[in-house]
Write a protein that binds this ligand. Structure first.
Ligand SMILES: CC(C)(COP(=O)(O)OP(=O)(O)OC[C@H]1O[C@@H](n2cnc3c(N)ncnc32)[C@H](O)[C@@H]1OP(=O)(O)O)[C@@H](O)C(=O)NCCC(=O)NCCS
Length: 166
């Protein structure tokens, strides 16, 4: 059964299912230089379905976000290990940008990560990707670190994170 999270005009934002993975991989290939194996998509869907979300307009897949969860050191000033959500990948097809779909995907994946009882949610973003940095800031993330030569082509990343009250 489909889990519909919100309707944004003609755009349905819902949890992804196995049958969505091929169209999601196609969006990934068109929009981002970082690609993943089929198995990786399937494992994220199996492990964190709450934060694997797709946007669809009239049956066409136009965007997605997928995340994982892990234990590790806090990005804030807490001592010890915390449970963290991690945005692995998010994209909206070029022709459907700037209508709030990206923001809806970030917000719904944040809700999913809260459901997974994480303490924090974080992501890496290219320092040059001002569009994405602004979107994350609007959604409550702040820049915590700059990661040197994080990407294969040598570009730095910002590590951005949001902390949840428990
Ligand atoms: C980053 C990305 C996901 C944003 O998606 P998006 O759907 O365009 O995001 P939104 O529409 O929510 O917000 C983008 C802008 O559109 C504006 N916007 C939202 N609704 C709007 C509307 N109805 N009319 C006009 N503008 C609107 C937002 O205010 C925002 O503007 P700002 O950047 O000046 O603050 C998209 O650009 C993308 O896929 N980029 C390529 C992949 C990528 O870089 N992924 C991130 C890797 S970390």
């Amino acid at each position: 059964m489909q889990v519909i999270l919100r309707q944004l005009g003609d755009c349905m934002v819902r949890r992804a299912e196995l049958s969505d993975l091929i169209p999601i991989m196609e969006i990934n290939l068109k929009t981002l230089p970082e690609h993943y194996s089929d198995y990786f998509y399937e494992s994220l869907l199996a492990e964190v379905p709450e934060a694997f979300i797709v946007a669809e307009i009239n049956g066409r897949h136009v965007g997605y976000v997928m995340c994982k969860t892990e234990y590790g050191f806090s990005n804030f000033k807490k001592l010890g290990f915390v449970k963290k959500g991690h945005v692995v990948s998010i994209a909206v097809l070029d022709e459907f940008r700037k209508r709030g779909i990206g923001k809806a995907l970030v917000e719904e994946s944040t809700n999913g990560i809260i459901l997974k009882k994480c303490d924090e949610f974080y992501l890496e973003v290219r320092c040059s990707n001002t569009e994405a940095v602004r979107l994350y800031e609007k959604s409550g993330f702040s820049i915590k670190q700059q990661l040197n030569a994080y990407y294969r082509d040598g570009e730095d990343a910002f590590l951005m994170a949001i902390e949840f009250d428990k």
